[in-house]
Design a protein around this ligand. Structure first.
Ligand SMILES: C[S@@+](CC[C@H](N)C(=O)[O-])C[C@H]1O[C@@H](n2cnc3c(N)ncnc32)[C@H](O)[C@@H]1O
Length: 192
């Protein structure tokens, strides 16, 4: 267990609640999620995105290193009348849970190495959707710190074995994020 990540985030979640509204980027792509399937929310925190998707009939597994975040997510799901599968995982020490997943969500947790495993974990036709802060975010916000920030324009080169179908990098609501959707080709689309 990476005690420092867990302790840091447990303390953060104990001090003040995390926003409960789902990511506007996720919501703006609601049309991609009309057919429910299996979804994985990586470092999903207190579940704002997992709960939004599960409330649309999806079978969602949320992972996080913070046991407090996982407890909050599970309790919020219960109060919404839905079920989440919860996994307390330190991604610095453990692999992502095996797929196949129809959707992988990665919001505000940057681990560049994960991008090389998404294609293997996704079902053909499956999607990765996410939003990650870029280095320009430091112009207006102290956090996240540098190790958790993408360089400007870095994201497309991280996408590995998937087609980048949507990409936007801009200021929105005082945050500078790279927002993306990437898709694993279905077999019928694969080049011969
Ligand atoms: C900025 S929050 C984002 C939470 C959520 N994705 C969201 O957008 O609301 C980052 C999350 O990453 C989790 N995290 C940090 N280090 C981690 C690690 N080594 N393994 C798994 N989760 C980690 C934290 O506990 C926290 O919930």
């Amino acid at each position: 267990m990476n005690v420092s990540d867990r302790d840091h985030w447990n303390q953060r979640y104990t001090e003040r609640p995390w926003p409960i509204d789902p990511s506007p980027w996720l919501v703006s792509n609601a049309g991609l999620f009309t057919t429910p399937g299996r979804a994985l929310d990586i470092a999903g925190g207190t579940g704002r995105n997992a709960i939004w998707l599960a409330s649309r009939g999806w079978d969602v597994t949320i992972t996080d290193v913070s046991d407090i975040a996982i407890e909050v997510a599970a309790a919020r799901a219960t109060s919404c009348g839905i079920t989440l599968t919860t996994l307390e995982i330190d991604l610095a020490a453990s692999d992502l849970p095996d797929g196949p997943w129809d959707v992988i969500m990665v919001f505000h947790y940057l681990d560049r190495a994960l991008f090389s495993v998404f294609a293997r974990l996704l079902r053909p036709g499956g999607l990765v959707i996410g939003s990650l802060a870029t280095i320009r975010n430091l112009e207006r916000n102290e956090r996240p710190p540098l190790p958790y920030l993408l360089d400007e324009g870095e994201l497309p080169a991280l996408i590995d074995g998937l087609d980048l179908t949507e990409y936007d990098e801009s200021w929105e609501d005082r945050h500078h994020d790279a927002r993306f959707v990437a898709r694993r080709k279905a077999p019928s689309e694969s080049s011969t």
